[in-house]
Design a protein around this ligand. Sequence first.
Ligand SMILES: [Zn+2]
Length: 340
Amino acid sequence: MTIRALTSIEALREAEPAITGKRSILSTLQRSLGSLEPSVRRDAGAELQDARRVIEEALEARRGELANAARSQALAADRLELGDVVVQNVRCPVDAGHPSLIASTQRHLEDVFVAMGFRVSEGPEVESDWYNFEALNIPPAHPARGLWDTFYVELGEPETVVLRTHTSPTQIHLMESAVRTNSLPVHAVMPGRCYRRDTPDARHLATFHQIEGLVVDRGITFADLAGVIETFTQAFFGPDISSRLRPGFFPFTEPSAEFEITCTICHGEGCRTCSQTGWIELGGCGMLDPAVLAAVGIDAEVWSGFAFGFGIDRCAQMRHQISDMRALIENDVRFLRQFS
Ligand SMILES: [Zn+2]
């Protein structure tokens, strides 16, 4: 048996008496030294003493190795491995929530337009009559004002203040700023909250959200407008949904068009939602009226452009087939949780 074959402290302790103990061969030999001739006794005694020292050192070294190994083994057994600890049924004590469907739809729309080269711009929700109507070619007696009947705030002469009825006033702010800072052209989209004195029903809300687009540049044509509308439609609603333009009227664009997209419910087949036409109206658009450009001091001989706008709430409604728009603002968590 070799010392190396002893693989535990206990085995070493048990084997030790047989190796160096009183009844071991080594001790027996040392005891028999007295029977030797005096001439060889001394050398034999010294050799046996050396042998005992070597054996005892080897035993001590092996004892150290085995103690270290035992300690490492104990440490390894105590170590926690990934997966050793399983925590079950832990719930966040506070419901973190998520953006509302309107906010997430707005962000998605912004992403689509930013990818097309537009920048995002915001304007005030409280506007003067001039920005909300007159600068957009809607003077006080204009019949179009009837379409935008709104919440007026009387602050006394000379200015009447309104909760903006559309995001179009932001276009005027943007164009004025571009003229002031000599930074034309403009390619921007303007999302935001708007207000009208509507009685809420399945398709109308008194507070709603719009996004408008504005391009003022050299050599812009109606084809550019149609291309932007079609690119946006496919990017937002999917490649099987397309757009078409129909003649329309808006005081601040000429010519004007209403744009429709393939019905997202029947995909063009015809259904009750689209009155069997296969198309759903989404918004309005048109080439900027030279009178609007003139109102902000842009030379219509050099610059031209287009604008478009549509409802963010309407987009969310069509994308998710929501039958009643009032669900968007009622804060019923059973409705909201569907869009987390
Ligand atoms: Zn349909």
